[in-house]
Write a protein that binds this ligand. Structure first.
Ligand code: B12
Ligand code: SF4
Length: 473
C-alpha cells in the first residue's frame, strides 16, 4: 500500500520577516498541499501533511518521523525564499530513508525546473504547475502501472539529462477538484495578519478561482492566464462546512483576480445574502475590475476589506510593469470603496526597475493620498517565473541568485536584495522600506482611524505592537 507524506518545509516567520516584525506575519495554511492531499484521499491513498512552520519542526525531526513511518513518497512544496530549507530537508529525508522518492512542487520548481533538479540532488521529481492530477499519475508510475513519460507536468533526471514531460492543460471547471483536506492541517495554529482580520486572527482561506489574464511583469502566473472558478453552489457549500467545523464567520477569499467576472461576484454575493450566511470576508482585487454596483453588493454580502494592488505612484512605472491601470482610475475606485465603507489595504512596491528616488517618494505620497487603512510597502523582488526576472537576467542586472535572500521584506529581514535600480544603493532602498511605513502610519488621521477601529483587547495589543515596531526602527 502506498503512503504519502506532504511537507511544508521549515521556514520560520523570523526568516521571512526578520526578528523585528515577525509577530505581524501571517501563518497561513498551505492550501496547495491541502488540495493535493484531498486528491489522494479521494482515491483512498493514505496521506499525511507536516506543516513545519506551523508546528515549529526542524528538518531532522521531520526526517526521523518519515523514517519511522515508512512512506512511499514525500512531496515538498516551496516558494523561492524557502530554497535552502528545502535543500536541507530533502538531504535529511534521504539520509534517513534512502529508498523514499521525493517529489517537489510549487512556484519555485515550477519556474525553474531544470535549475532546481540540478541544484537539489536529493529531489527526484518535480511537478510543474498544478498537482492534483499529477500526484495521482506519479503514484501510478511508482506502482509500475504507467510509463514515466505518461505523467504530465513531471520533470526528472534521465542518465544525466533533465526531462520535462508535456504540461497539463488545466481548462477544467474547478469544481472537479477535491475539497482541500484541511482536517490534515493544524488549523488552530493559523492566523492572518492584524491588517486582514478582526478580533481573532483565525481566518480560513477559501480559494474561489485560479488564473489571471493580466500581464503584470512582477507576477509569475502560477495558475496560467485562463480564469477558472468554482460554481457559486460549491463556494457556498465550502463556507457552510467551514462555519460548522471551525465555528468561524471570518474568511479570506483567495483568487488571482476574484472580481474579474462581475456576473460571478454578483451571483455569489446574492447567494450569500439569500442563504442568510452570517460571514465577514476579505479579498484581493484590481481597481479596474470593480465598480460601484459590485462593491455595494460585496459589502452587503459581508466583504469588509479589499486589498488593491496599486504598486506605484508613478504612471511611468505603472506602464513599465504593465499594470494596465491609470492613477486617476485608482483614485476614483478608492474614493468609491471608502464611501461604501469597505476598508482598504493597499499594496505598494518600492525599487521597481529604473525607479528613481523621486518616484519612490511619489509612491509613498500617492499612498498617503489614497489613504487605505493599511498600506504595505514591499521591496521589488524579481521572483523566478516572472517576466521581470527574465528581463533583468537578460540585461545582467540581477545581483545574485541566492534564492533564500529573495525576500520582499528585505529591509526588515536584512537580506541582500537581488535587484537595485541603477544609481541607487541597497542601504537606501532598505531604509526606504522602513521609512515608508513610518511616513505612512505616523500621521494623526491614520492613528485616529486605527484607534477608532479597536474593538477588543486583542486589536489593541496588535496596534500597540505595530506602533512599537515602527518606533523601534
Ligand atoms: C495567498 C498567497 C500568499 C499568502 C499565503 C500563502 C500560503 N498559504 O502559504 C501570503 C500573503 C501569506 C503569502 C506570502 C508569501 N508569498 Co505568496 N502568494 C499567494 C498567492 C496569491 C496564492 C497562493 C495560493 O494559495 N495558492 C493556492 C494553492 C492551491 O496553490 P499552490 O500552493 O501553488 O499549489 C499548487 C501547485 O503549485 C502544486 N504544488 C504545490 N506544492 C506542491 C508539492 C507537490 C509535491 C506537488 C506534486 C505539487 C505541488 O499543486 C498545488 C495544487 O494545484 C500566490 C499567487 C498564486 N496564484 O499562486 C502568491 C505567491 C505564491 N507568493 C509568492 C511569494 C514570493 C510569497 C512570499 C515568499 C513573499 C515574501 N515574503 O517574500 C511569502 C512567503 C509565504 C510562505 N508560505 O512562507 C510568489 C512566489 C514566487 C516564487 N517564485 O516563489 C507568488 C507566486 C506570487 C508572485 N509574486 O508571483 N502568499
Ligand atoms: S499581479 Fe494580480 S492582476 Fe497582475 S497578473 Fe498577477 S494575478 Fe493578475
Amino acid at each position: 500500500m502506498q503512503k504519502v507524506v506532504l511537507i511544508n518545509p521549515p521556514f520560520s516567520l523570523e526568516e521571512r520577516y526578520g526578528s523585528r516584525i515577525k509577530e505581524f506575519g501571517a501563518l497561513a495554511e498551505p492550501m496547495g498541499l491541502a488540495y493535493i492531499a484531498g486528491s489522494l484521499e479521494r482515491e483512498n491513498i493514505p496521506v499525511e501533511i507536516i506543516d513545519a512552520p506551523a508546528l515549529e519542526l526542524s528538518e531532522e525531526s521531520i526526517a526521523g518521523y518519515i523514517r519511522d513511518n515508512n512512506f512511499t513518497a514525500a512531496g515538498i512544496t516551496f516558494l523561492t525564499p524557502m530554497f535552502d530549507a528545502v535543500k536541507k530537508l530533502s538531504a535529511a529525508i534521504k539520509k534517513h530513508s534512502p529508498g523514499i522518492k521525493i517529489i517537489a512542487g510549487g512556484a519555485h520548481p515550477t519556474a525553474l525546473p531544470e535549475d532546481t533538479l540540478r541544484e537539489c540532488p536529493d529531489i527526484d521529481y518535480l511537478c510543474i504547475g498544478e498537482g492534483e492530477g499529477a500526484i495521482l499519475d506519479f503514484l501510478k508510475f511508482l506502482r509500475g502501472e504507467i510509463n514515466i513519460a505518461g505523467v504530465p507536468s513531471l520533470a526528472y533526471r534521465d542518465n544525466g539529462r533533465i526531462i520535462k514531460n508535456s504540461l497539463l492543460d488545466n481548462k477544467d471547471n474547478l469544481d472537479s477538484l477535491p475539497k482541500p483536506a484541511r482536517h490534515l492541517l493544524p488549523m488552530e495554529r493559523y492566523r492572518l495578519t492584524a491588517s486582514r482580520t478582526k478580533k481573532s486572527g483565525f481566518c480560513p482561506t477559501i480559494i474561489l478561482a485560479r488564473g489571471c489574464p493580466f500581464d503584470c511583469r512582477f507576477c509569475s502566473h502560477p495558475f496560467g492566464r485562463t480564469f477558472r472558478r468554482h460554481s457559486v453552489k460549491r463556494v457556498i457549500e465550502e463556507i457552510q462546512e467551514l462555519q460548522e467545523i471551525y465555528s468561524t464567520g471570518q474568511f479570506n477569499f483567495e483568487a488571482d483576480t476574484l472580481t474579474l467576472d462581475k456576473q460571478f461576484i454578483m451571483e455569489l454575493c446574492g447567494a450569500i445574502i439569500k442563504e442568510g450566511l452570517d460571514i465577514r470576508w476579505t479579498c484581493e482585487s484590481r481597481t479596474d475590475t470593480v465598480d460601484e454596483q459590485a462593491l455595494k453588493m460585496m459589502k452587503d454580502a459581508g466583504c469588509w476589506q479589499i486589498s488593491y494592488g496599486v504598486e506605484s505612484g508613478s504612471q511611468r512605472l505603472l506602464d513599465i510593469i504593465n499594470k494596465g491601470i491609470k492613477k486617476e482610475d485608482v483614485e476614483r475606485i478608492f474614493k468609491i470603496t471608502h464611501r461604501i465603507g469597505i476598508s482598504i489595504r493597499g499594496f505598494f512596491m518600492l525599487g521597481l526597475p529604473s525607479e528613481t528616488l523621486e518616484e519612490s517618494l511619489e509612491t509613498i505620497n500617492f499612498a498617503k493620498k489614497l489613504n487605505p487603512l493599511w498600506a504595505q510597502f514591499t521591496v521589488t523582488i524579481p521572483y523566478p517565473g516572472t517576466p521581470m526576472f527574465y528581463d533583468l537576467l537578460a540585461c545582467a542586472e540581477l545581483k545574485h541568485r541566492i534564492w533564500a535572500e529573495y525576500n520582499t521584506w528585505g529591509g526588515w529581514a536584512d537580506k541582500r536584495l537581488p535587484y537595485i535600480p541603477k544609481g541607487r544603493t541597497e542601504e537606501e532602498i532598505k531604509n526606504l522600506q522602513k521609512k515608508a511605513m513610518r511616513m505612512y502610519y505616523i500621521r494623526p488621521n491614520v492613528i485616529f482611524n486605527h484607534a477608532r477601529r479597536v474593538s477588543s483587547i486583542c486589536d489593541f495589543n496588535k496596534i500597540m505592537a505595530g506602533g512599537r515596531a515602527l518606533f523601534k526602527n
